[in-house]
Each structure stands twice: as C-alpha cells, then as structure tokens.
Design a protein around this ligand. Sequence first.
Ligand code: FAD
Length: 361
Amino acid sequence: RDAARHSADVVVIGGGQAGLAAGYFLRRAKADFAILDAQTGPGGAWRHGWESLRLFSPARYSPLPGWWMPEQAGEPFPTAGHVRGYLADYESRHDLPVHHNVAVEQVVARGEQFEVRAPQQTWRARAVISATGSWRCPHLPRYPGWDLFGGRQLHTVSYRGPAPFAGQRVVVVGGGNSAAQILAEVSTVADTTWATARPPRFLPDDVDGRVLFDLATQRALAARHGEPSAGVAGLGDIVMVPPVLAARGRGVLRAEPMFQRLTPEGIAWSDGRVQRADAIIWCTGFRPDLRHLDTLQLSIAATGVPRTEGTRSIDHPRLHLLSYGDWTGTASATLIGAGRTAKAAITQVLSDLHTMTDARS
Ligand code: FAD
C-alpha cells in the first residue's frame, strides 16, 4: 500500500522534550509544522529507564519553554513518571501536532525540499529538525572476551531495578550518574564492583543539578560573548543524590580502574587480578540516533558527529540537529537546556524559510 502523502514547512522528527521545545517556538511563530514520533505516546526517553530513576534537580530547575514543570508532592527530585506526565500535558497544553507511532526511516533531499519517509506516511518539508535523542542507540564497548563471559550482560537501557541481582556478584561499569545511581541501589542487595575508565569525579555534597545548570547557563553566556569559561567540566560529574550519598556511607562507592578483559567467570585486570561475576551492567552511555539521516550522507567532523554550525547542518542548511549533546548547544540534552537551543534553531529556520520565499517572489 502506498504511503499517505503530507506536507508541512517544517517537519520535526522526534517528540521527546527537544522536539516539543521546537514545537513550542514553531507554534508561537504560527508556523506550518508537524512533529513525527516513533513511540505510541508522549514522553520520549522518559517513558523508559529504571523504576527509581529521578531527576537530579528539582522541578523548577527543569522547565521547558512556556510552562514550568509542576512540583511533585513529597518528591524534591521528580520521578521519570512525573516528567512523562509533564511532557504529555505540555504537548496538549500547547496544542502541538505530534503524530505518534510514526517511525521515520529516511530523509531524502529533493531539490529545495526534503522527503521524510516513514512506513505509512511520507512528508514533504522545506526544513527538517532532527530531535531523535539517543535512547535507542546504547553504547557498548566490546572488551576482549565479551563472548566468553558466561554471566548476564546488560546496558543501562535494559536495567529496571535491583531485584534480579539479589545475592549475586555484580560489576557496574561507567563513571557517570547512571552508573553511580545503579551501583547505589544494586549494592543494597548484591556484592558489587565498580569499574571506571578514569577516577570518578564527585560533585560536592551540597551541589545538585541546579548548580550544573547555573554553570551551563554561565558557559552559554560566556560563549555568546566570546569569553572562555571553565564551566561545568571542572566541577565533577556525579551528583550526590540521597541514594548515592547513602552508598558512600556504606563504603561501596569505591571505583576500580577499568578491567582489561572478560573471562568465562568474570573480569580480569592487566595486573593479573581477577574477579568473579554473575552479571555486568554497562552504564557506558549513548550515541546520537541519526540512522534516519544516513541517506543524506552528512560529512562527519573529527569528533565523529555530523558537521554542524550550532544546530545547523553544514551540508544541508535547512536541516537542524537538536539536543544531541553539547556539540548541538551547551546542556542541550537536558530539560532546561533544550529550550534555549530550540529557540535559536527555530529562529534560524524560520528566517531561512522567509529568505527562500522572498528570493522566489
Ligand atoms: P528523547 O527523549 O530520546 O526523545 C526522542 C524521541 O524521538 C523519542 O520519542 C523517540 O522514540 C523518537 N524517535 C527516535 N528516532 C525516531 C525516528 N527515526 N522517527 C520518529 N521518532 C523517532 N536531563 C535533565 O535535565 N535532568 C536529569 O535529571 C536527567 N537525568 C537523566 C537520566 C538518565 C538515565 C538519562 C539517560 C538522561 C537524563 N537526562 C536528564 C538527560 C535528558 O533529559 C534526556 O536524555 C532526554 O530524554 C533527551 O531528550 P530528547 O528529546 O533529545 O530525546
């Protein structure tokens, strides 16, 4: 059956927080646009994640543009379910045209337009905003012996809670917040080993996501004025949320250097030490989910990501890549940072579309 054909000036691919923030500014400008999202309902990556997952900053430090996240009663750090509800309400409150269940497979350049192809529908667009996040692209570094290991291996995306690991020996890999939080709760039921590629960097106890965001804002302002800024990077990575503080109190927040290889029974370090393990949880991050852009054959920067100027693709100036990490805007892959980046991208997109229209008339 032929795919239904539609058109819009701007098609946003992805209806998570970044796609919704873009939608907010497009709606405000009364633009002709659609948001295509692969999932069955609202919430983006916040539909997934482990049961105890919480924001590392209070609700008032996690707003999208145009509407503050409400406080969650009894929870200073909101749960993923609360964020999901906020995004669902945000979608309807701003009357955003999100088409769920539409998984874009390809974006094809056709002269001055793009063709955005999903299995049941094809959209013509003059500009495309890609905001597909990274949740569907977990990064798993394949260490030697990967296939030999006889226990269970899983990535953060598949972790739901500590219960299946009760009484086991578990290795948690990674030096970020996901690793620290998962280690903190698995260590309440299992014997854990924590392996990190470099020594973990803990934020001071009294610093939570608020300070990170304030620093990110300072850094964005400094960059805008061409000034250098030490910013977030100098401060640390791991936010000492209550479960992580408790884990430190129990003495389990001690990191080992990264092991060299997996063995049938566990892991082995280069100095000859070995450790038996029943499971390895890889909290080793994500990569941008850009498979739908393969057809455009975007040129790749030395850092391994498509070449952009801000969010705008160097190869296709009316294609913007939104909120994939600091390379698409300072703190753009956080709730509070998404709005700032979306505003700049949409301003540029709409100005480019006007220029195109003027040039034609
Ligand atoms: P996503 O939320 O992943 O949304 C992308 C959407 O696009 C999804 O619905 C997806 O299904 C859809 N999609 C993908 N491919 C296609 C396609 N081809 N066609 C159509 N649709 C597609 N941030 C904070 O601000 N505070 C925190 O405390 C915080 N904690 C975090 C904890 C964890 C464990 C993680 C992983 C992240 C955390 N973040 C936090 C970071 C950040 O807020 C999220 O990563 C955020 O979900 C990114 O939003 P997004 O809209 O870019 O992507």
